[in-house]
Each structure stands twice: as structure tokens, then as C-alpha cells.
Design a protein around this ligand. Sequence first.
Ligand code: NAG
Ligand code: NAG
Ligand code: NAG
Ligand code: NAG
Ligand code: NAG
Ligand code: NAG
Ligand code: NAG
Ligand code: NAG
Ligand code: NAG
Length: 621
Amino acid sequence: MQRRAPRLRVLLHLLILVPALSEVPDHYASPRVGSGTRTGLSNSPAQEYLDPTYPVPRSPPGASTCVLPVLSYSFANTYGTPPAKAAYAPPAECPAPWSLVVLSFSVAIAGDQYDRVAAVWLDGAELLRTTTAEPTTDGVRWTIHKDVTRYSALLRSPRGGELSVMLENLVNDVYTGVYNVSVSLEFHGVPAYLGDAGSSSAAGSAEPGGQATLKLPASYFQPADLILPISEGMGSSNGFWFRIQNSSDPRSKLVRIPSNTYRAVLEVFVSPHSNDEFWYSNPPDLYIRENNLTTGRGNAAYREVVVSVDRHFAGSFVPFPVIYTGGINPLFWQPVAALGAFDLPTYDVELTPFLGILVDGKPHEIVLSVVDGIAEWLVDANLHLWLDPASTNVSAALSRYRTPRLSIKRRYSTRRPLDGKFKIRAKRKSQFSGWVKSSFGNFTTNVETELEVTSLVDFTSQGRNKTVRLQVEQDTEVVVRSSETRKAVGKVETEAKYPLWLEMVTEDGENDTYVMRANLTHSLSVETDAEAEGLFDGETRVVDEQAAAGWMLVRGHDVLDGSAATTQAYRYSNEAGRYERAIDTLDGAVLSDNVTESYRASGDGLAWLAAGPAGGGAMEL
Ligand SMILES: *[C@@H]1O[C@H](CO)[C@@H](O)[C@H](O)[C@H]1NC(C)=O
Ligand SMILES: *[C@@H]1O[C@H](CO)[C@@H](O)[C@H](O)[C@H]1NC(C)=O
Ligand SMILES: *[C@@H]1O[C@H](CO)[C@@H](O)[C@H](O)[C@H]1NC(C)=O
Ligand SMILES: *[C@@H]1O[C@H](CO)[C@@H](O)[C@H](O)[C@H]1NC(C)=O
Ligand SMILES: *[C@@H]1O[C@H](CO)[C@@H](O)[C@H](O)[C@H]1NC(C)=O
Ligand SMILES: *[C@@H]1O[C@H](CO)[C@@H](O)[C@H](O)[C@H]1NC(C)=O
Ligand SMILES: *[C@@H]1O[C@H](CO)[C@@H](O)[C@H](O)[C@H]1NC(C)=O
Ligand SMILES: *[C@@H]1O[C@H](CO)[C@@H](O)[C@H](O)[C@H]1NC(C)=O
Ligand SMILES: *[C@@H]1O[C@H](CO)[C@@H](O)[C@H](O)[C@H]1NC(C)=O
């Protein structure tokens, strides 16, 4: 696979450092016009880029369907300008409730440009966090489809809604690419034969003597009744996201929630940028100081996003390390984007145990912060709330709470010049429970989480060889019991794992160039086991893996030449069937693209309902 690299000058002056050495991995622009063999194919049609995921579920047969184009905008020199905006109102021909709503985010771009981060908000609540692919001269295009049914409460909102898209781009003589973006929504109604699914069968019964059969209402697992944005209110020229600068820069929003809320989940959106784009490979400050480096990419390789309610720690997660398409080696991500780059994972934190604090009708603070974070983290969240249809007040209390400790061990050793080995082990365990008495009954929710992380950043050969290993494991168990009988009526167990392994070797080339060879494997695996008495019982497994290897010749931040191969394997399975897609790419071309699927027949057309708890692609943490 590896082509021969240009002849290398033997480097005798060890003190003359490769300029970008301390900042590898880095962020690059893809091969430019007239530079090497890769751009030889002129006048080819724009290439379609992809990120294989589970295909958006089919709408149930007989459902009405409406496609609503919402926004089209060319993001040229948009740096520092407010988000693009468009009026939104749900389509009159396809009124709520919906069985399925799909957001499509399509992009076309040609020229030279860096990858950029973008987000879609509806009235300040985020619907999609994405990053863009880097274009080629011939142009590239792609479409992201996201199931946004869980945002029905926002999408239903009457006339006067506003959809915003932020994509800060810089256009000049060198970077010419303009991102053309269009956003549309596709609504699918609920056909008559499914009319009752969910809204009835609210099996909760708190009658005396009926307590033994107390069950969770189906509405518990359906899209929330109300979603409150936990975001920067204005959506001014800075966008709706909070821009977190460091670990002592928590951002918060005061919210007053309805006093009949019986369930609450906070869904967090997050993307690290600038000095923390590659946080999982950052050395400690000690190494930077000892070697007189000027890089800002320090603070070692552990980050954790923490959610608090007033002063209470309420949940946390280590974000999946998403690699944007200019990252490490941009040739890896042509035409398959890195895991999650087109639709960044979101993280669900179950806040139901904290309703005892939240339902008193007074404003409370939802706080987001980043442990060890450095500039900058774009973070915001949606607070999903389920409301009791039959009463104006629930009563609730937090019954078990102890602030969980983060146990973190760091072992750093350095050897000048530029060698060092940095190991971190971190653990956090938490358990919270609280009861909520609504018209459905008195239920106690117990949330237990366990987070374990090991990180290694190892520099050898005077920093020219670099190894990065990250292993994250996060397990969450949410159990809902009848407060009287203690019998479990619902349970969701989630195990998320994401290992990353990166090896890089940098060698000096001629004329201020260098050659970087890299091997990368990373994966995201999430296993969810969900059951609720009388409603569903099933397991879902997603494993998404990539392995990439290649080299590139770099000057500054521009890739002049190179070669890369990536294999991508996406596997999804649940009780209804399995779906797998495997793609091999080499130097920007797809060599093979294999899809295997099998579904268990289910004559009643209800198979699409068997998806389990609402929440879609989010990781419950
Ligand atoms: C982007 O939109 C502009 C204006 O409609 C158009 O001229 C241009 O060709 C589009 N670019 C791509 C890559 O489709
Ligand atoms: C953290 O960021 C905030 C907001 O930019 C700033 O005011 C504060 O000085 C920073 N703290 C440290 C320790 O850098
Ligand atoms: C860093 O700078 C100091 C003071 O200028 C110098 O004494 C030291 O040798 C330098 N260290 C390295 C690794 O270059
Ligand atoms: C609901 O709770 C609030 C705050 O505790 C209280 O002021 C109000 O009277 C209650 N309303 C009902 C109908 O119980
Ligand atoms: C650094 O990488 C080069 C090329 O793979 C290898 O030959 C060399 O042994 C490595 N050095 C160390 C110290 O591992
Ligand atoms: C709900 O159950 C909890 C735990 O058994 C109990 O302490 C609480 O008093 C109950 N609440 C109501 C309003 O009955
Ligand atoms: C390096 O630059 C010199 C002077 O500009 C040029 O003559 C030489 O061909 C260049 N070498 C390479 C490998 O590009
Ligand atoms: C990448 O993997 C190949 C095959 O295992 C190996 O020969 C090569 O040295 C590795 N490159 C780096 C930079 O680790
Ligand atoms: C796709 O299938 C072909 C034929 O079975 C096989 O040769 C190829 O390796 C497969 N590709 C991937 C990425 O699995």
C-alpha cells in the first residue's frame, strides 16, 4: 500500500526540530491544486462522501409523508457572523404526532478549504452537531440523515419557530471553498392502525391492591413532552453553543421546569477544538516546559464532561474522540469520514433522580463543565422532560446521593530532548436514586454509572515517533422500581467502549517539508439492554470500527502528496435483525462496499416499533 516516500535528508542537527513536531497529530488541508498525482482527475463529477451508519428507519406503511425544505445557505466568509436563519413551522398536511421525522443536512463544496464544525438549532435547542469534509478541486458532496423524532416536542411548536445553522468558514485567495448547505425535514404521520400505540396502555395504576401490577406508562419511552435548550440564549454572532475555555469555566443556564415533570434526561452535545481537538494525544505541561516548546496543546490526555444540577454533580462522560476530516492524515477520510464526524455522538444523562430538586417551581441551574479542558469546547444540551398528563404537580425527592470521586493516577517520565511517556488511569463510579410520585404511581429511579479510562502518550526518537492509546469504558444502569413493592418495572443497561490506537512516525523532508506515516485503529461500540414490563425487552448492539494506514508529505498545514487506505466496518444488530456495511478505500477511491442485512419477518408491520426506548443514537450514560 505504501508508496515510496521522497528521498530523505539525513538529519544530523537534532536541535533543528521539525516545525510541527510538537503538534503532531495536527489539522491539515487536503492536497491542493497541481500538487502531485492525486489531483490529476479534472472535470470529474463531485465525489460523494459517506459515513456508514444504521439506515434511517422506514416509515410505517400507509403513513402520510411530507418533505419540508427549511434552509439553503452558502457559507462563504462566515467567520464571526451570526448563524444563518430560516423560519420554521410544521407542515400543515402532516400534523403531529409523527411516527418518524428525519433531518437531512446536505453539503456541496469545491475548491480548497479546511474542515469546519457546524450545528443546527431549532429555537436554540440543538438538533445536529456535525463537521464538514474537506473539498477537492472537483468538488465533494454528502448528505447526513438523522432521525430527529425524539425532538417532536420542538418540531411541533407552532408558527414562529426559527431554525439556525452555524458554520464558521474563512474564504481568501488560498482557501476558496464555499460550503453550500441545505437542510430539510421529512415528516411521517402515524397511520390509523397505529393510532393508539403508545398513547393508550398507560398501564400505571396506583389503586390500592393494584400496586403489585404497577407498570411504567408507554409515554415514558416516547419522545419527551417538552424540551428546554441549555444553550447560550442569544444565538448572537457566537452561536448558541457555550464556548468553554478551561476547567474552571463552567457554563450554566437557569431553568424553571413544570411541576408535573415525571422524567428528565439531559442530552449533551460536545465538540473539542483548537488546542483540545486532539486532547487524547496532548502531553502534560511539564513536557512542553522542559523542551521549551511553544505549543498550547498540553494539559495531558484526560478530559471529562460533567453535568451538575445546582451544586450537585449529576453525571459525567468522557467524550468519544471524534477525528475531524482534516485530522491526523486527511487522506484517511476520503471518501469515508471518521467515526461520528458527520453526526457527532450525543450523551444522555438521566436526571430523573434529581426531580426532587427540580420540580419546586423555582429556577435551577444546569451546569456544564470540562475536567482538565483547555480552549476550546463547544458544548450545549437539551433538557428532555416528560409531563404528567393527569396532574399539575408531582411530588419527588432525591433519596440517595453522594458526590462521586474521580480517582486519577498519572505517571509521567521524560527524557530530554523530546522523549516522554505519559500514562493516566481514571475511574469514577456513581449511584443516585430518587422517587417521583405522579398519577402513574410512585416510582424510584436508580442510576449507577462506572467510568474507566486508561491513556498512554509515548514519544520516542526525540519525539519523532509517537504512540497514543486511549481506552474508555462507560457502563450505565438505570432501574425504575415501584417505590412500594421495590419490584423493577423498567431497566436500561448500556455499555459503551471506545479504544483508539495511533502510531505516527515523522521524518524531515526537503525544503521545509516532512513526511508523516501513521497507523490508526479506533472503534465505538455500544451495547444496550432494555426492558420494561409489558412494553419491550431487547438488546441492541452497535460496533463501528475503522483502521487506516498511510503517509503524507506536508509543508506547513498543506498535504503535498501521500497515500492512504482505510477500512470501515459498521455492524448493528437487535432482536429484529442485523445490518452490516464494510468499506475498503484506497487513495480516495472506494475499492469495495459490502452491505449484509437480515431481518426477522414480522407480518404485522409493527417491526419498526420494536426499537425500544426513545433516544435513538444517543448514548445513555
Ligand atoms: C454553491 O452555490 C453557488 C450559488 O448557488 C453555486 O454557484 C456553486 O456552484 C455551488 N457550489 C457547489 C460546489 O455546488
Ligand atoms: C478560564 O476561562 C475563563 C473564561 O474565558 C477566564 O475568565 C479565566 O481566567 C480562565 N481561567 C484560567 C485559570 O485560565
Ligand atoms: C530551554 O531553555 C533554557 C533557557 O533558555 C535552556 O537552558 C535549556 O537548555 C533549553 N532546553 C532545551 C531542551 O532546549
Ligand atoms: C404544587 O406545588 C407548588 C410548590 O410546592 C405549590 O405551591 C402548589 O400549591 C402545588 N399545587 C397543587 C395543585 O398541589
Ligand atoms: C521510530 O520509528 C522508526 C520507523 O518506524 C523505527 O525504525 C525506529 O526504530 C523507531 N524508533 C524507536 C525508538 O522506536
Ligand atoms: C414514594 O416512595 C418513597 C419510597 O418508598 C417514599 O419515601 C415516599 O414517601 C413515597 N411518596 C409518596 C408521595 O407517597
Ligand atoms: C527545494 O527547493 C529548491 C529551491 O527552491 C529547488 O531547487 C528544489 O528542487 C526543491 N526540492 C524539492 C525536492 O522540491
Ligand atoms: C504501520 O503498520 C505497518 C504494518 O504493521 C508497519 O509496517 C508500520 O511500521 C507501521 N507504521 C507506523 C508508523 O507505526
Ligand atoms: C467485500 O466482499 C468481497 C467479495 O466477497 C471481498 O473480497 C471484500 O474483501 C469485501 N470487502 C470488505 C470491505 O469487507
